[in-house]
Design a binder for this molecule. Structure first.
Ligand SMILES: Cc1ncc(COP(=O)(O)O)c(C=O)c1O
Length: 394
């Protein structure tokens, strides 16, 4: 009796591994978990204090659907100062997390039969959101370093192309789209008249001196077609607070506001005041967190490449490593599942992100945990290789 819409949603391939890892941990087993898609840092004190104050001041009632005016202004200021994009508050909508923003965008823009170009590997929810909107995902494979070029996008454009999803830095690969390519992609979008959804949740997590570029900042033509999505979840270690925001053409924002008014209404009033402090308050915690992640990134990248049978492209951003495990002869699901069973290390199978040759490791965990986990992976892969050799000889 379920609707066709929900029947079509693929169960998350990552969920089974995650549930099992958590169960093992609960049973007291010493599992090292590389699955987390969230910073291991706590929300900074000033932000927590702002939320406590909001409660004490009784900011506990409904707010305007798309967010309190002060928060919309803070978002507009942030986008002007950090991203060089001039948005009016009427072009901004606050939602219940970045995921909710993205879902609203898909619902507001995509129709049955529309095509949305999705660079691959991709974050798992994009594909499902496109499906729920009854549109078709057109996968656009990136190169062996997960780099996306305008030429790759161009090859996928058809008269049905309604939207391209850009996610730089990327979850799961950590790759960024080079500014020169972003400029060419903007030209393609204006020439062929399609929207570009730019998911910038990892914008602050960029390493090695590279800088983030928001496509909407390039010129007025692309700003009319760009929909910029972001959230406070990753930047301020606020994943549980559920505040995301969108900036884009007024008619899209209005449609999203309308949609949101009939589903969630406003995001939590308390979390909105916390997000206001996050955006307007001191930013030192962001720098400290990014500095720590950079150290872990270099460590995990080096250690992974020292393992025979595993090779890993250096992640340029976000907090994930996406090593190629295909030389081990296992699929990503087999690798992840056996690694958990036999070595008590949880990683996410790449098949969930569109690549069965890879697994994803989040390095949003301490260097000590990373070291313990990598020691186990190294030993386990070595044992597997010896076992395979022996089996071949027999
Ligand atoms: C690429 C990407 N976009 C958006 C989100 C959504 O973040 P949130 O809904 O917590 O703001 C995530 C979370 O994992 C993500 O990886």
């Amino acid at each position: 009796m379920l609707s066709q819409r929900v029947k079509g949603i693929a169960p998350s391939a990552t969920l089974a591994i995650d549930a099992k890892a958590k169960q093992l941990k609960k049973e007291g087993r010493d599992v090292v978990i590389f699955g987390a898609g969230e910073p291991d840092f706590n929300t900074p004190e000033n932000i927590k204090l702002a939320a406590k104050k909001a409660i004490d001041n009784n900011f506990t009632r409904y707010t305007p659907v798309g967010g309190i005016p002060e928060l919309k202004k803070a978002v507009a200021d942030k986008l002007r100062m950090e991203n060089n994009i001039d948005y009016d508050v009427s072009e901004i909508l606050v939602s219940c997390g970045g995921k909710h923003s993205l879902f609203n965008i898909a619902m507001a823009v995509l129709d049955k039969g529309d095509e949305a170009i999705l660079p691959s590997p991709y974050w798992v929810s994009y594909e499902e959101m496109i499906k729920i909107a009854e549109a078709n995902a057109v996968f656009c494979k990136t190169d062996d370093k997960f780099k996306l070029t305008a030429k790759m996008v161009e090859e996928k454009i058809t008269p049905k192309t309604k939207m391209l999803i850009l996610n730089s830095p990327s979850n799961p690969s950590g790759a960024i789209v080079e500014p020169a390519e972003i400029k060419k992609i903007a030209d393609l979008a204006t020439e062929h008249n399609f929207y570009v959804l730019s998911d910038e949740v990892y914008e602050h997590f960029i390493y090695g001196g590279k800088e983030h570029l928001s496509i909407a900042s390039l010129n007025a033509e692309i700003k009319n077609l760009a929909i910029t999505s972001n959230s406070v979840s990753k930047t301020y270690a606020m994943t549980g607070w559920r505040i995301g925001y969108t900036a884009g053409p007024k008619e899209i924002i209005k449609a999203m506001d309308n949609l949101q008014s009939h589903s969630t209404s406003n995001p939590s009033s308390i979390a909105q005041y916390a997000a206001l402090e996050a955006l307007n308050g001191p930013q030192d915690s962001v720098k400290q967190m990014v500095h720590a992640f950079d150290e872990r990134r270099r460590f995990i990248h080096k250690r992974l490449n020292e393992i025979d049978g595993i090779s890993c492209v250096e992640p340029e951003g976000a907090f994930y490593a996406f090593p190629d495990i295909s030389e081990t002869g296992m699929s990503s699901m087999e690798f992840a599942s056996k690694l958990l069973d036999e070595a008590l290390v949880a990683v996410v199978p790449g098949i969930a992100f569109g690549s069965d040759r890879h697994v994803r490791l989040s390095y949003a965990t301490s260097i000590h945990e990373i070291e313990r986990g990598l020691d186990r992976i190294e030993k386990w892969v070595k044992q597997k290789a010896v076992r395979m050799e022996n089996e071949e000889e027999i």
